[in-house]
Write a protein that binds this ligand. Structure first.
Ligand code: PRP
Ligand code: URA
Length: 209
């Protein structure tokens, strides 16, 4: 069974409260989501492998450590997953970025695929799959299937807010995938929105409502 990492750092929780507040406007929503992505990225990348790098300090030569950023890819699920990309790129400036386009059908709540563009060498990379909202888990599970079909076998799922239903579905269908979240909320409502959640994340990032 995969691990669910709950990132309960006070700064993350503080910013999440700002995102949850319905009075937070688009500008502040984007800025805080960006900052949360950076803070969460610190935990998501905690065990990244390091390689040796010979350098010279002003005092002497040494073998120092570096993160091999070339071995990483960030893959947002469009649209809302884009909101976590900039913060991660600040930490991992040379990571490649792929895109998976999925939207939830309003009636059935089932994900519908409309786009997929991934780096050519994606199978050689650790993929951080980003989507702020893990509701029914349908979108995340479909995206994971798409990545696995391409041969990707090293994936972490980075979300912001999850419903217990979404976590259960991902863990059941993809027991090899670790999940990183800032909060696990109470439940889904009749429209499959997370309660209390933060509303429609894509609409709040892009101001489309
Ligand atoms: C939202 C969200 C997730 C999905 C989560 O996307 O960003 O991708 O719903 O729900 P699920 O776990 O039940 O699949 P949405 O379909 O609203 O598309 P958008 O990001 O383009 O607004
Ligand atoms: N998608 C969202 O943006 N919010 C939810 O609560 C559920 C799905």
């Amino acid at each position: 069974m995969s691990t669910v990492h709950i990132i309960d750092h006070p700064l993350v929780q503080h910013k999440l409260t700002i995102l949850r507040d319905k009075n937070t406007g688009t500008k502040d929503f984007r800025e805080n989501l960006n900052e949360i992505a950076m803070l969460m990225g610190y935990e998501v990348t905690r065990d990244l492998p390091l390689s040796d790098k010979p350098i010279e300090t002003p005092i002497c030569p040494m073998i120092a450590k570096e993160v091999s950023g070339k071995k990483l890819a960030i893959v947002p699920i469009l649209r809302a997953g884009l909101g976590l990309v900039d913060g991660l790129i600040k930490l991992l400036p040379v990571a490649r970025v792929g895109h998976i386009g999925l939207y939830r059908d309003e009636e059935s709540h089932q994900p519908v695929e409309y786009f997929c563009k991934l780096p050519k060498d994606i199978t050689e990379r650790l993929v951080i799959l980003t989507d702020p909202m893990l509701a029914t888990g349908g979108s995340a599970c479909d995206a994971l299937v798409m990545l696995k079909r391409k041969g990707v076998d090293n994936i972490r799922l980075m979300c912001l807010v999850a419903a217990p239903e979404g976590i259960a579905k991902v863990q059941q269908e993809h027991p090899d995938i670790d999940i990183y979240v800032a909060a696990v909320d109470e439940k889904l409502n009749e429209n499959a929105y997370i309660v209390p959640g933060l509303g429609d994340c894509g609409d709040r990032i892009f101001g489309t409502k």
